[in-house]
Write a protein that binds this ligand. Structure first.
Ligand code: LLP
Length: 383
């Protein structure tokens, strides 16, 4: 936990909206993963938060990276990852992504049969299986459901493994990722069991990669037990790909009250909104909002951002003490898919990011300027 006085100091020093991260919680989350999953190989799904300083910390701790774009592969390379430390995934990989992955010696996660013919010669590969299960999360976050665009059907697995071998690739094993922000351990058990059933057709494998998707309060030891059981059926090494779990709780979005409005509902207007944290609007995600000022909470407030969209609400019905302009709010569990999904809509420069190491603050991303936002535009005057 970052002390309140330090949150106030960071907002004064770096301005708001501001993403702040607690290094101790980053370390603690990785420790919890390692305690639960033992010697499983951990690949951080960097889409959750690709800040280079966070990647450097993970790299130093022996964590690999799951990448889903040429940009993410470039980030892995930038922090010195390569070989068995890089996975290249995605349902529609580009020619550039195959080439960049091959240059790093990455393992590719094959998402469809046609990919066998697209992989660079002699590629290392896992086959992604869609177990066709319904999962207890928001529809947009379920990736292992029948009808989702991800993976091959269990019935296609033996054929794709055989085709990989025939084409001279190294078919290392299977991959499954059923979705994100999943709280119900039974969803994972069902998916891993579905994979284990395939052993009769595949025989033993080198790797079983069970993806990520763990909610921040998921039962990691329970999920790990089921994952290990499935891996042992194949005599395989266990790989995992957590994103959210490793960074969500470490991150907080700091935003200042701009003012209030009473229209039958109480609006607390803030300097952050959908451009900084899209998850409440896109998935109905609930992030805890805390007042960093004192007073008794007598009313509930809708915390609304500055965008010209009615959906720009960070939270509804939050009990808060009467806010004064400039008062600081902390939006919690924002370390995953917060900064990484922030946008420059409305030419709003993306926020700064700072890391608290228990002693001092380090700026790990400067605040963008409007000029940064339009830097790639070509300004044709008078044409
Ligand atoms: N592995 C694969 C193949 C994935 O597609 C993902 C996430 C992960 C691992 C990491 O999942 P995690 O442990 O973070 O749940 N923008 C959404 C989340 C989308 C996740 C996409 N894939 C959100 O804000 O909740």
């Amino acid at each position: 936990m970052i002390p309140r006085a330090q949150l106030l100091a960071a907002a004064d020093r770096f301005g708001t909206p501001l993403y702040v991260y607690d290094a101790a919680e980053l370390d603690a989350a990785l420790e919890r993963v390692r305690a639960a999953f033992g010697d499983a190989r951990v690949f951080y799904a960097m889409k959750a938060n690709p800040n280079l300083t966070l990647l450097r910390r993970m790299q130093a701790a022996g964590v690999g990276f799951e990448c889903v774009s040429a940009g993410e592969i470039a980030r892995a390379e930038q922090v010195g990852a390569g070989g068995d430390g890089v996975l290249v995934n995605g349902p529609a990989k580009s020619v550039e992504e195959y080439a960049a992955g091959a240059r790093l010696g990455a393992t590719f996660i094959v998402d469809r049969a046609e990919e066998v013919g697209l992989l660079p010669p002699g590629s290392r590969a896992l086959v992604r299986v869609n177990p066709a299960l319904s999962v207890s999360t928001h529809d947009h976050l379920a990736t292992g459901a029948a009808g989702s665009k991800f993976g091959v059907t269990p019935g296609q697995v033996p054929g794709v493994l055989a085709a990989l071998g025939k084409a001279g690739h190294d078919a290392r094993g299977l991959h499954v990722h059923i979705g994100s922000a999943i709280r119900n351990a039974a969803d994972f058990s069902a998916a891993f069991a579905r994979l284990a059933e395939l052993h009769g057709q595949t025989g033993d494998l080198e790797v079983l990669d069970v993806g990520g998707g763990w909610g921040v309060d998921a039962d990691l030891p329970g999920i790990a037990r089921e994952a290990r059981a499935a891996a042992s059926v194949f005599g395989a090494a266990l790989w995992v790909e957590p994103g959210r779990y490793l960074v969500a709780r470490a991150g907080t979005l700091l935003t200042r009250a701009v003012g209030t409005k009473r229209t039958g509902r109480n609006f607390l207007l803030t300097d952050a909104g959908m451009t900084e944290l899209l998850r409440p609007m896109l998935y109905g995600a609930q992030h805890p909002v805390t007042a960093l000022w004192d007073g008794e909470a007598r009313e509930v407030w809708d915390v609304a951002g500055p965008a010209c969209e009615s959906g720009d609400l960070l939270a509804r019905d939050v009990a808060l003490p009467e806010p004064a302009p400039g008062a600081l709010l902390a939006v919690g569990e924002a370390g995953a898919y917060g900064a990484s999904m922030s946008s420059t809509y409305l030419t709003r420069p993306r926020p700064a990011e700072a890391l608290w190491d228990g002693q001092e603050w380090t700026l790990i991303r400067r605040r963008e300027t409007p000029q940064d936002v339009w830097a790639a535009e070509v300004e044709v005057v008078g044409s």
